[in-house]
Design a protein around this ligand. Structure first.
Ligand code: M6R
Length: 586
């Protein structure tokens, strides 16, 4: 995780570097720092906290060369000392790093035996230490030599106090470069760059940045030619647009996102997809994307009558998977940078299975992998809690499954999604009374059956990650096999019941919880019977949408509920504690 930015310009770069860091805080935000090179000095300013806090500390500091960092700690506590940039002990080099150096302990031991001192608890310090270990005449050679010593994953930028360049290297962590002839930049995400084409680092590439110039090399030190990547104009902004938080803005964008998915998929050539032959499906993702995979597995089973299973990427990597030429493996990720999902895909790359990747970030690592790629078209999702991207992941899986069934089904599916979009647009309801009630508790259960259980899982994840309330979800029928022991006077049970065929069974389980003191908050597609209302603390009836899309419809009030509870508790939904948007480490 972590985000890095570096700039060289012919004018002071403070505004550019802080602007860039603010855009990639989704990658981590526990501490931040910047190093300016001025004359022959490296001036480093670091804070525990956000980039906004760092900005307030920068009065009087600026320069034409700088590197900056926003951190999600992997090694060493969150504190100013461990924030990047990390200086070498001789203070000649400053480094910002994203990734994990796996052999850092061995390097620390080796360097310590040579008399080196280490001042931080980070793995990154071995990079600055190695950079200053040899007196190569050319700093580029120090960078090349250093990269050869490192194992693990890294994108790093380094500056030396004696020259006017920024050096960058990449191995398994994303890194991009921009140059318009005047200003040059490196960043973990091209959203930091001014609009325009940019370069994407491949693994084991180094770049030397000078004023208005970029030179790329491979790890042998040979110059390489790079091709510019087209800037993709995504029709959705990464600004707040008068919303108080990105989370709310992104929930409200869902109808537009679903319409955009339809517009794009309507014109898409699905011939290759339709030619696929497979008899079993694995769907792989993490967190919310895994929940979308669970939905996708239901679609494959119910629409195509094909054996399908969703697996968490972190489990997929190490578990035994029965995969062969008859298998289709689908990888789902908003960021396209999730380390476990990438590793899961790499794990099966030698097998003959067909791979299909669904991502939201078009330039991401995963988007370039796999046999086929499909976009979720959701536009930038900044809030750590995934909302609109979840809805679009589920909808894209629905459209693809229906396309595999038949053309007629696919066009019906497009109509279904447009209808869903209209219904969501009308359903941004006031959820405050519900939220006020939930916010009083320190544990909340979510239950459902079938697809509703998947919605319960996603609802619980959303609420726990931004409210810090202990939320758990269970298949309704499982309550009496243990969970009921946890239900006491007043325990909120959020019941998702959108499937008429399972409604009664779900309610039977819910009422058993109520008999033990539980309070029932029901989200359903059915109008409750008058006699039922006395059993419910609250009941919300969802607009009618096709059965397999009810999970998306039900996700909306659950997302709004999480947001509202988070507001009541005075927390920041966009940057929940201990988390980051893009989980680029295992
Ligand atoms: O970028 P990805 O979709 O691969 O991310 C996967 C999870 O880290 C992500 O969905 C996470 O669970 C969200 N914070 C949930 O809201």
């Amino acid at each position: 995780m972590c985000g890095i930015v570096a700039v060289i310009d012919s004018q002071p770069v403070k505004k550019t570097i802080i602007g860039g860091l603010k855009k990639i805080q989704y990658r981590g935000y526990d501490s931040a720092g910047v190093c300016f090179k001025s004359d022959l000095k490296l001036v480093t300013i670091k804070v525990k906290g956000s980039v906004a806090k760092l900005e307030t500390e920068l009065n009087g500091y600026d320069g034409e060369i700088a590197i900056g960092h926003t951190r999600w700690a992997t090694h060493g506590q969150v504190c100013e000392k461990n924030a990047h940039p990390i200086l070498s002990s001789d203070k000649n080099w400053a480094v910002v790093h994203n990734g994990i150096i796996e052999n850092y302990k061995e390097i620390v031991d080796e360097r310590t035996s040579e008399g080196e001192c280490f001042f931080t608890d980070t793995d990154t310090e071995v990079i600055s230490s190695l950079l200053s270990a040899n007196d190569f005449e050319d700093n580029l050679r120090s960078v090349l030599w250093t990269c050869k010593q490192l194992k693990g994953s890294y994108a790093f930028c380094a500056i030396n106090k004696s020259d006017n360049h920024v050096y960058a290297a990449k191995h398994k962590s994303p890194l991009y470069a921009f140059c318009d002839g005047k200003m040059s930049m490196f960043a973990s995400d091209p959203i930091c760059f001014p609009k325009g084409d940019y370069y994407k680092f491949e693994d084991d590439e180094i770049c030397k940045m000078s004023k208005g110039k970029l030179e790329f090399f491979n790890f042998k030190g040979e110059k390489i030619k790079k091709t510019l990547q087209k800037y993709q104009n995504i029709n959705s902004s990464a600004d707040l647009n008068n919303f108080e938080h990105f989370m709310l803005k992104e929930i409200y964008e869902t109808p537009d996102v679903l319409d955009r998915v339809c517009d794009v998929y309507e014109k898409l050539d699905l011939t290759a997809l339709k030619k696929l032959k497979f008899s079993s499906v694995k769907l792989v993702g993490c967190g919310t994307a895994y929940h979308a995979c669970l939905m996708g597995a239901e679609f494959f089973k119910r629409i195509l009558n094909i054996d399908a299973e969703a697996v968490q990427a972190s489990e997929f990597r190490y578990g035994k998977q029965i995969i062969g030429s008859h298998s289709l493996c689908v990888f789902v990720s908003q960021s396209g940078e999730t380390a476990d999902t990438i590793a899961a895909l790499e794990k099966i790359s030698k097998k003959k299975a067909k791979t299909l990747v669904i991502t939201n970030v078009p330039h991401s690592t995963l988007s370039q992998m796999g046999d086929m790629h499909f976009s979720t078209c959701a536009g930038p999702e900044i809030c750590v809690a995934s909302t609109k991207a979840y809805c679009s992941q589920v909808v894209v899986l629905y459209l693809l499954t229906m396309a595999l069934k038949s053309e007629k089904h696919f066009y019906q599916a497009l109509r279904d999604v447009r209808k869903l979009s209209e219904q969501i647009q009308k359903f941004f309801i006031n959820i405050s009374p519900f939220a006020e009630e939930i916010a009083k508790h320190d544990k909340v259960f979510f239950i459902g059956k079938g697809i509703d259980y998947i919605t319960a899982l996603e609802g619980a994840l959303k609420l726990k990650e931004i409210s810090y309330i202990n939320c758990n979800s269970f298949p309704a029928g499982e309550l009496k096999h243990g969970v009921l022991a946890l239900v006491d006077e007043g325990t909120p049970i959020i019941v998702v019941a959108t499937d008429e065929k399972l409604y009664e069974k779900t309610m039977n389980s819910a009422l058993e919880a109520k008999s033990r003191g539980g309070k029932l908050f029901v989200i359903s597609s059915l109008l409750p019977q008058a006699y039922e209302l006395k059993d419910f603390e609250m009941c919300m009836t969802l607009p009618k949408v096709p059965k397999l899309l009810r999970g998306v419809m039900a996700a909306i009030p659950l997302q709004l509920l999480s947001y509202k509870v988070c507001m009541i508790k005075g927390l920041n939904p966009d940057m929940p504690r201990n988390l980051a948007k893009s989980v680029t480490v295992e």
